[in-house]
Design a binder for this molecule. Structure first.
Ligand SMILES: C[S@@+](CC[C@H](N)C(=O)[O-])C[C@H]1O[C@@H](n2cnc3c(N)ncnc32)[C@H](O)[C@@H]1O
Length: 428
């Protein structure tokens, strides 16, 4: 990057500071910040830079904070800490030339309310990082201590380290095809490799909506792991399928493409608009309902019910490193209580003889294994229907002894979202 780019990048750095602040302030803050009108108002190059800088900062936040803490006797106000985090990410991750990164970060500091008095500190800390750059590649720093300890106790030290190491990796974009027969033809312009189960891992970078086949609705973005649960329902043409917690609709689209009559329920009116947009773009049909899935009913029961429940989302750590730093230990039992209510509701909507698939993109056993064990103990009409190795495109390493799936992010070469998936059948 030239010096001219760096000077022109000042508005982008200010936008990056706002985005980082929002991302670290609340759950879903990153997505909220990315779709904020202030981001849309930036020039495309500034927007891309702000996004890349914030993602680099969030991906490496653990090692960056450790390096900053050792250089700060007394922490400055949070806004200035965020200025320092962005400066450190430019130096250590994006490898921006030191004079440009330090100069622009000091200017960003000065532009903050009360920031003039911290210019010297920012300058000294960043120059210190330039002289003695810390080693970023320490898996023990990639996730908060409490989460890393949970993963060690659930999966062992080697798997916990492998999970943590993936926080630093930029994920590829995976897509699901409306017609799997299109894979060979689309793979060429998308520079894509086939995924087990029929999807593609795309090699192109940049704006997804400009990629071949997007505008025609021939595919949608869906992580390889996220595509597994709907396949496991094996919906048949004309069957009635219910997608509870459906937005933005990846699994609704899969079931609609398989020919099912899908009802998609989500309680967020804003997010369900995205289901409708995706249906329109792909030309697929589904009934879309805004309602709380815990008590929604139109009197019907369904052949196939999918519950992709709200969860801590720790399995999405490659795309959403922010979730690791925003989550707290108290979230897990709170979310588990919500999931349990939603599972009971999903059970009531499942026809005798019908299938229920429960999944979460969480690595926390209370939201996965524990949730399903408790559900089966209180719902005697349901039994597990075990998956076979590789079924639905799931990595073989993810198959548990009871036939449910615990997909860890390193189970697929190049990484994947972490998921727990269970398939159940209602006997009576
Ligand atoms: C993990 S996301 C679903 C992703 C979606 N299944 C897909 O594949 O595109 C969870 C969704 O649950 C929705 N949600 C959370 N609580 C809900 C509730 N009580 N009733 C219905 N939807 C809910 C959220 O709005 C969010 O869209």
């Amino acid at each position: 990057m030239s010096e001219t780019d760096d000077i022109r990048g000042l508005p982008a750095r200010a936008a990056a500071l706002d985005l980082l602040t929002t991302a670290l302030s609340r759950r879903a803050g990153l997505d909220e910040g990315l779709s904020h009108p202030a981001m849309a108002a930036l020039e495309p190059r500034d927007r891309a830079f702000a996004r890349a800088l914030v993602m680099a900062t969030l991906r490496w936040l653990g090692p960056i904070d450790t390096a900053l803490q050792s250089r700060l006797k007394k922490p400055p106000p949070e806004r200035i800490v965020n200025v320092l985090r962005l400066g450190a990410a430019q130096l250590l991750v994006l490898k921006t030339p030191a004079h440009a990164a330090v100069g622009a970060t000091v200017d960003l500091c000065a532009a903050q309310k009360g920031g003039e008095s911290f210019k010297g500190l920012v300058n000294a800390v960043l120059r210190g990082l330039t002289r003695e750059p810390p080693d970023l590649a320490d898996p023990s720093l990639m996730a908060p201590t409490w989460l890393a300890a949970r993963w060690r106790s659930a999966y062992g030290a080697a798997d916990a380290d492998a999970i943590a190491a993936l926080v630093g990796e930029e994920p590829a974009t995976d897509i699901t095809l409306q017609d799997p027969a299109d894979a060979a033809e689309l793979a060429v312009p998308l520079e894509a490799a086939p995924l087990p189960g029929g999807g593609l891992r795309v090699g192109l970078k940049g704006e997804v909506s400009t990629w071949p086949g997007f505008a025609d609705g021939r595919w949608w973005v869906q992580d390889a792991s996220a595509a597994v649960p709907a396949r496991l329902l094996e919906v048949q043409k004309g069957q009635a399928a219910l997608d509870l917690c459906a937005a933005p609709g990846g699994k609704t689209l899969q079931m609609a493409a398989a020919g099912a009559k899908v009802t998609a329920v989500d309680r967020s009116a804003g997010r369900i608009k995205r289901v409708s947009e995706n249906l329109k773009r792909t030309g697929l049909g589904a009934e879309v309902v805004v309602a709380d899935a815990a008590d929604w009913s139109d009197g019907r029961t369904f052949d196939a019910v999918l519950l992709d429940a709200p969860c801590s989302a720790t399995g999405t750590l490659r795309r959403h490193p922010d979730v690791l730093w925003v989550a707290s230990p108290a979230d897990v039992p709170k979310l588990a209580a919500v999931q349990s209510r939603l599972l009971d509701s999903a059970a009531r909507r499942t026809k005798p003889g019908g299938r229920l698939v429960y999944c979460v993109c969480s690595l926390e056993p209370e939201e996965g294994e524990g949730q399903v064990a408790a559900f089966l103990a209180r719902n005697k009409a349901f039994r597990l229907e075990p998956m076979t190795p590789g079924e639905g495109g799931a990595p073989e390493a993810s198959l548990r002894a009871d036939g449910t799936l615990r997909i860890l992010p390193h189970h697929r070469p190049g990484g994947t979202d972490g998921f727990y998936v269970a398939r159940m059948r209602r006997d009576g």
